[in-house]
Design a protein around this ligand. Structure first.
Ligand SMILES: [Zn+2]
Length: 114
C-alpha cells in the first residue's frame, strides 16, 4: 500500500516504509519502479522479523555501524551499511528478485563492510 503526501516523510527523504505501508513525499515526485521494488524488499524484511523486530534491528545495526564509523559521512555511511538497506539497494534493480528471493536473504548482507 502506498500513501502519498506532500509533507511526509520530510525532505530529503522521498519514501519511508512503516509496517508495509509506503509513505511517499509527492513533492519529490512519484516512486520509480526501482524505488517501489526497494520498498517492497523492506516490506518482506518486516514480515520476516515483524515490524517491531525489524525496526529494533534496524536502529541497533545503524547505531553500531555509526559507532564504528570514523568519517564525516558517518550517519549516511552507517545507513547504507545496514544489512536491510544493502539487500534493498543491491537487488532493487532486479525485476525478478521478489519472486526469487529466499526468506531472510538480508542475513547474507550482515558482513561488516559497506
Ligand atoms: Zn531502504
Amino acid at each position: 500500500m502506498i500513501v502519498r503526501s506532500r509533507h511526509f516523510p520530510r525532505a530529503p527523504f522521498h519514501a519511508i516504509n512503516l509496517c508495509g505501508i509506503v509513505f511517499v513525499n509527492t513533492r519529490l515526485g512519484e516512486l520509480t519502479a526501482t524505488e517501489r521494488r526497494h520498498e517492497q524488499i523492506h516490506t518482506w524484511q518486516q514480515w520476516e522479523l515483524t515490524p517491531v523486530g525489524f525496526y529494533l534491528w534496524y536502529v541497533a545495526e545503524w547505531a553500531v555501524r555509526l559507532w564504528c564509523s570514523r568519517s564525516a559521512s558517518g550517519p549516511y555511511r552507517a545507513y547504507r551499511s545496514i544489512a536491510f538497506e544493502r539487500e534493498a539497494y543491491d537487488r532493487q534493480g532486479n525485476a525478478a528478485y521478489l519472486r526469487e528471493r529466499k526468506p531472510f536473504a538480508w542475513m547474507c548482507y550482515l558482513r561488516r563492510g559497506a
